[in-house]
Structure formats: C-alpha cells, structure tokens
Design a binder for this molecule. Sequence first.
Ligand code: PAF
Length: 275
Amino acid sequence: MQRTADGFRREGKRIGIVPTMGYLHEGHLSLLRIAGQHANIVVTTIFVNPLQFAPHEDFSRYPRDIERDTQLAETAGTDILFIPENNEMYSRDHTTYIVPERIADVLEGKVRPGHFRGVATVVAKLFNITKPHVAVFGQKDAQQALLMQRMVSDLNFDVEVIVAPIVREPDGLAMSSRNVYLHPEERAQSVVLSQSLQLAEKRIASGERNSGNIIAAMTNLISSKPLAIIDYISIANPHTLQELEEISIGAAVLISLAVRFGSTRLIDNTIVNVH
Ligand code: PAF
C-alpha cells in the first residue's frame, strides 16, 4: 500500500480514503461516491478495529462479509480495497496511541471510555499507510467526525476531512451495520430515534428554546416504545459538544442520542440551524 500511495502521489493523483469496519450499506457507499468526487483514487479500508471496542462490546460478533463488501465497494467506485489483518495493524509490542481529550470525554466517549483512543489511533495509522489527500466520514457518527477534524488540525495531518450526510432507511432509521442485530419488533420500534429528532426540530421551529423541555418531549416519545432504553439525549454546541440549556437564535445545535434495544445500541443525530 505504501509504495502504491507514494506512486499515485508522484503521478499527481489525489487520494481519497473512506475508513470503514465493513459490512457495507448504502451509507458507506454514499461516502465512497463522495470520495470519488474529491479524489482520483478512492481507497476503502475495511478493518474491524479491536482497539475501539471495550471487552464487553460486540467486537467478536460485529457483522463481517468480505466477499459482499468487495463487490459493493468496487461497484461504488473503490479503486483500492485495503483489508489488513490485526497483526498487520498492531504488532504484539504496539506501544503508541492517540488519546483525544475534552470533546472525546462526553457523549459516546463517556459511555464508551477508550473508544475514541481506538478510533483516533487506527485512523492515524490508516492515514499514514494510505497517504490520503482527503478523508470522508459520516455525520451519523457526529462526535467521531468532529474528532477526526480536530485530530487532523491538532496533529497537522495534511488531510482534508469531509463529513457526509446521514443516509436513512425509508422509515427514517439511520443506516448502520449494527441494524442487522435488531429483532423484527426492535427494528419496528427503532424508528422512534429519527421521529424524536424530527419532534425536536419541530419544537425548535415553533419557538421552543429550552433544551430541557425538548429533551423531555423526546424522552416521552422514545419511552412510549417498550423496548427502547435511552442512554443519553443531548443538545449541544456542534463544535465544542458543550451542553446547552437554552438554544440561541442564529446558532446551530447538535441534537444527538443513543438508545439501546436489547443488546443493540443505536445512535443518531441532527444539526438544527436556529432562525
Ligand atoms: O466509523 C467506523 O466505522 C470506525 O470508527 C472507523 C472510522 C472505520 C475506525 O475504525
């Protein structure tokens, strides 16, 4: 990969990377297509990164289907598919990690300590291996996308980060590889995540400015689904992730949530521009 990346760069080609953990769906494919609009060579990486999973999380059962992924990735415009093995990425004496702080310690980082250390470390390695000019991440993982922008800026990576819109199922559920875990009844009830975000948007549009009231309305709606257990609902500054008690006119807010259905944990979010 190293030699190939250097070769492409020498030829003046622009390299775009879409890092994934595989089990590709339309959301990933949209990232690949966007990468294709910004680069001549699209590199898709597939690596279920053990470093970003806590011991009790779903690393071993994370869905995998390399054959299907290869076909989908190629059809969506991938030029190079990079599928490293664990031991290629982490030697037995691997010692160096990237530990994001501050905005990494709230929301997902609070519930999943160490998660973003794993994400930042693997993405930094993938950047060094593939030498991209541009990297595309999905808005679905809003905090991850923000942290990648921070990492690139804080550590002077010469990579442009593009954040691509969330892709949804026809009923509104944000696409995720983890949706496959949902039992039919959980799947039916999971539509409440996007419905609660729409409810928040409507409340803000009709003049509600108190975050507590909006979160209470979202909580009520989500709790009407007996299988849904709320991890968090947050209304925060989209740049600092600081929780906002009041929403001010002219600002943008990030409304994000994590909800569990049985052993499946789903996240979703929306950015609302407040007029
Ligand atoms: O979003 C993901 O799938 C992963 O966190 C990433 C960015 C591929 C790093 O392992």
